[in-house]
Ligand binder design. Structure first.
Ligand code: ZN
Length: 106
């Protein structure tokens, strides 16, 4: 009977390039709904939710990571939300701040 070569297992390959590409969806709040893809040929990054089908795409560079696309999407969502929230309150952003002295010059 021949001995089986089972002693030396090959070291598991470490995949350093495998970063998080799955995120929670800002629309349906599904924890792993959003998947980001980078199309390096066309320099397009796309994030899309497989649950609610929302998607976002943006221009990427060689340095862009999936998380960058995702955070850009979140920023975009917040921007849109802020626009929608702004219904008639025109003096927002123009509020004279009361100056309160927080330090005494003693
Ligand atoms: Zn979703």
């Amino acid at each position: 009977m021949g001995k089986r070569k089972s002693r030396a297992k090959p070291a598991p390959k470490k995949r350093m390039d495998k970063l998080d590409t799955v995120f929670s969806c800002p629309f349906c709040n599904h924890g792993t709904g959003v998947e980001c893809r980078l199309d390096m040929k066309n320099l397009i990054g796309e994030a899309s939710c497989r649950i609610c089908q929302e998607s976002f795409s943006t221009v990427v560079t060689a340095l862009t990571e999936a998380i960058d696309i995702y955070s850009e999407w979140i920023d975009e969502c917040e921007r849109v939300n802020n626009l929608e929230d702004d219904d008639g309150d025109q003096d927002e952003g123009f509020m004279p701040r009361k100056r309160v002295s927080t330090c005494d010059w003693d």
